[in-house]
Design a protein around this ligand. Structure first.
Ligand code: HEM
Length: 424
């Protein structure tokens, strides 16, 4: 019965006018399903079977993408209830909790997806590094990725201020003061960000506009280019993929009839060159089903987190009662820890060096060893250096988060000193 119902729905004229191919039954229709759909045509009709293996990417790029989508949807819904004014913002948070139906779950979903997106973008960056997937021809996509990493931090940081509670106010006060340490331009950047010298109404409005329009638009544009390039750079990195020279050779061996030549020229930048037919699978249904499953999984985890775990909301922002210590958001706590030793090194030199090194990496490390292989032995030096930096960054963040108490003095997390008892 269900099969007949399904068939008649698929054959319906209105449905056919939207989904041209219907449910694909032949290989030709499977290819058409991917090519003729607006959403699916980002992917080729066929992909290398490695793409289906979970261990190739651990799904990290896709998870980051899905979290971004969840953030956009929940963010738009939150905009219906939120006014970016110092008089209303905090009350709007309370209303979300006590007045708006499912408002708290909505806010929680947005908050936890934002934290998860920062975590997953870092994990994705590490996966791309450890599989050597930043090497030619993917150098520029890595650079776009570094941009996306910074935009993700920007998105999360600008959102942090919006609840206008003590946590938001002081985290942003500390975060923006780190930006102020840059020589010559530092204070100007800080002034531009805040629209003044302190966090107030102008800062809230600027952060709001950056958070809901400027940065999401940049992220959307960059993600589109990023995904386009994943496809045009030959799909995901794999050990046996031909180099640019080999691709050129393969193409030169093809018959030169006019249309065929043009087709192949276009295919020179697609996975089709250098992939044996027996290594390919149809995107529909093999890849699409896995992608849909992952989306369901990510949304369910975010929803469960949001149901069982509330996003923090402290007292309303109070500019004359700073908490001791005032801490930046967790992803900047490594920097804050460094700033405690030296404002110039922690606030300027180290972040500049890290971003420059990340951007320059694929142009410095050019040997094609270990592409598409996890922890390749041929890349021992690069892997060791990267891992040392990663461990240092994680250690600084953990120290800043858990081992710093009033006046930034060292304290064990299980022996927290209440601030009123603290005597420096
Ligand atoms: C908003 C942030 C990002 C999103 C949504 C995103 C999304 C994706 C997706 C969906 C893929 C396909 C494979 C996969 O799932 O892993 C991918 C691949 C890739 N990403 Fe990202 N990415 C982001 C940030 C980054 C960052 C921070 C870097 C590195 C600095 C990066 C570098 C790359 C590279 C080089 C590839 C090709 C990898 C390969 O061929 O194996 N991406 N990205």
């Amino acid at each position: 019965m269900f099969q007949n119902l399904f068939k008649s729905i698929a054959a319906n004229r209105v449905i056919r006018s939207i989904f041209r191919v219907g449910v694909p039954r032949s290989n030709l229709q499977r290819a058409q399903a991917a090519i003729s759909s607006f959403l699916l045509h980002v992917q080729p009709a066929k992909v290398h079977k490695n793409v289906l293996k979970f261990r190739t990417t651990l799904g990290l790029g896709l998870i980051t993408l899905y979290l971004f989508i969840i953030l956009v949807v929940t963010g738009i819904l939150l905009m219906f209830y939120y006014v970016p004014s110092t008089e209303h913002a905090y009350q709007d948070m309370k209303d979300l909790e006590f007045v708006v139906t499912a408002g708290l779950v909505l806010r929680n979903m947005h908050r936890w997806s934002a934290h998860l997106m920062v975590i997953f973008v870092i994990l994705h960056l590490c996966r791309v590094f450890y599989t050597g997937a930043y090497k030619a021809p993917r150098e520029f996509n890595w650079v776009i990725g570094v941009g996306l990493f910074l935009v993700t931090l920007g998105l999360s940081f600008t959102g942090y201020l919006l609840p206008w509670d003590q946590l938001a106010f002081w985290a942003v006060t500390v975060g923006t003061s780190i930006a102020g340490y840059a020589p010559v331009v530092g204070n100007k950047i800080k002034y531009m960000l805040l629209g003044g010298n302190i966090v107030g109404q102008s800062a809230l409005l600027r952060f709001y506009v950056l958070h809901v329009i400027v940065l999401p638009s940049i992220a959307f544009f960059m993600i589109s280019v990023h995904l386009f390039r994943v496809r045009k750079d030959g799909g995901l990195a794999r050990p046996e993929e031909p180099t640019a020279l080999q691709k050129e050779h393969i193409l030169s061996q093809l018959p030169q009839s006019k249309t065929y030549g043009l087709m192949e020229l276009a295919r020179g930048t697609t996975p089709a060159v250098g992939i044996r037919q027996e290594d390919e699978v149809f995107t529909w249904p093999h890849l699409i089903f896995r992608e849909m499953l992952l989306f369901l999984l990510v949304s369910s985890v975010v929803l469960l987190l949001a149901i069982f775990w509330n996003a923090p909301l402290e007292e309303a922002a109070n500019a004359i009662h700073p908490p001791n210590p005032a801490k930046a958001p967790w992803y900047f706590l490594g920097l804050q820890e460094l700033v405690a030793y030296s404002a110039f090194w922690g606030g300027v030199v180290v972040p500049t060096l890290v971003v420059t090194a990340l951007v320059a990496l694929p142009y410095i490390d050019r040997k094609r060893h270990g592409v598409g292989v996890w922890f390749s032995k041929e890349r021992k030096v690069a892997i060791t250096l990267f891992s040392i930096c990663l461990i240092a960054a994680i250690s600084l963040t953990v120290i800043g988060s858990l081992f710093r108490g009033p006046n930034w003095a060292f304290q064990l997390p299980w022996k927290t000193v209440p601030s009123e008892e603290f005597h420096p």
